[in-house]
Design a protein around this ligand. Structure first.
Ligand SMILES: C[S@@+](CC[C@H](N)C(=O)[O-])C[C@H]1O[C@@H](n2cnc3c(N)ncnc32)[C@H](O)[C@@H]1O
Length: 289
């Protein structure tokens, strides 16, 4: 019953009607570890700190053959990255805590730019928290698009009122002008710059005239400033977010901080671009003229 979509192959919605909440997905190696065996638990604990390895995907995983290579890394030091039942289950819950609860305020700020909206797209929807908060704030229909089948399954179970579709930001599986709002929360810094640029053009394509885009990403301050400076400006939270920025495995985050996202958004066709830092997040807001 698993669909085998080509995630890089076109504008149709390959898994649009698919019930991710009921999906049967194959196990990956972290799912097969047995918690009652100390050796296997030690192996799991070690995998959080050892050198990162490429993610291993079962051949029958939906989309496996067409997921881009850059995604198949152990982002955030997660064993097998976003591709397991168990680790992603905990990640979905812990992400908000690791961010010390600041994403609720950040998403409210995104809502202030995006709403009212009839059709809203949440790109890189992960566990679905951004789409769910925007739905609760008054968005009409919400669609989440996400490459990881495991995250799609968790999200669909947690948020049955949201439609979830498997896909990539840089190859959105939707027709042009399908949405009047696009939300992107903590996703673009995970893409290599050329894919990130393609994603911006895709956001512009799927938005209607007058449509709005809100992006929230890690801010540059905790990446650029030293620990002492951050302590003086933000106290222990400053030092904490610096540690997080430097220690979490995010292979393209340095490239993200090096580029000028306002110029990139303008190059993708957006107008009225605004850029604002609210430590520890950065907000970019733009419109389709
Ligand atoms: C840090 S999580 C953020 C999840 C969610 N946006 C939230 O606010 O809770 C990053 C998410 O982006 C997804 N992602 C990474 N690369 C992507 C791409 N090229 N297209 C779409 N989603 C992507 C990951 O699978 C993951 O779910």
């Amino acid at each position: 019953m698993s669909p085998a979509p080509n995630l890089q192959g076109g504008r149709h919605e390959p898994t649009a009607g698919f019930d991710w909440a009921a999906a049967t997905l194959p196990e990956t190696w972290p799912d097969r570890l047995r918690p009652w065996l100390p050796w296997e638990m030690a192996q799991l604990a070690w995998s959080f700190v050892r050198k990162r390895r490429p993610v291993q995907l079962p051949a029958d995983l939906p989309g496996a053959a067409t997921l881009p290579k850059y995604l198949l890394q152990e982002f955030h030091n997660l064993p097998n990255g976003n591709y397991s039942h168990n680790i992603t289950h905990d990640y979905v819950r812990q992400f908000e805590r690791v961010m010390l609860g600041c994403l609720t305020g950040a998403r409210a700020h995104m809502a202030s730019h995006l709403l009212p909206a009839t059709d809203l797209l949440d790109v890189g929807s992960g566990g679905g928290s951004t789409g769910a908060q925007l739905l609760a704030a008054g968005a009409g229909a919400v669609t989440g698009v996400e490459p990881s089948p495991y995250l799609l399954r968790h999200a669909a179970r947690r948020h049955p009122r949201i439609r979830f579709v498997q896909g990539l930001a840089e190859h959105l599986p939707f027709e042009a002008a399908s949405f009047d709002a696009v939300a992107v929360c903590f996703v673009l810094h995970e893409l290599p710059p050329s894919f990130m640029r393609r994603a911006l053009r895709e956001f512009h394509r799927v938005l209607r005239r007058g449509g709005r885009l809100a992006i929230c990403e890690p801010g540059p301050t905790q990446w650029r400033r030293g620990a002492f400076d951050l302590w003086r400006r933000h106290g222990w939270r400053g030092v904490y977010f610096r540690l997080l920025a430097k220690r979490a495995h995010e292979p393209f985050v340095g490239a993200w901080h090096d580029l000028d996202p306002v110029a990139e958004l303008q190059a993708a066709g957006f107008t009225a671009v605004r850029d604002e830092e609210q430590f520890p997040t950065r907000h970019l807001q733009a419109s389709v003229g």
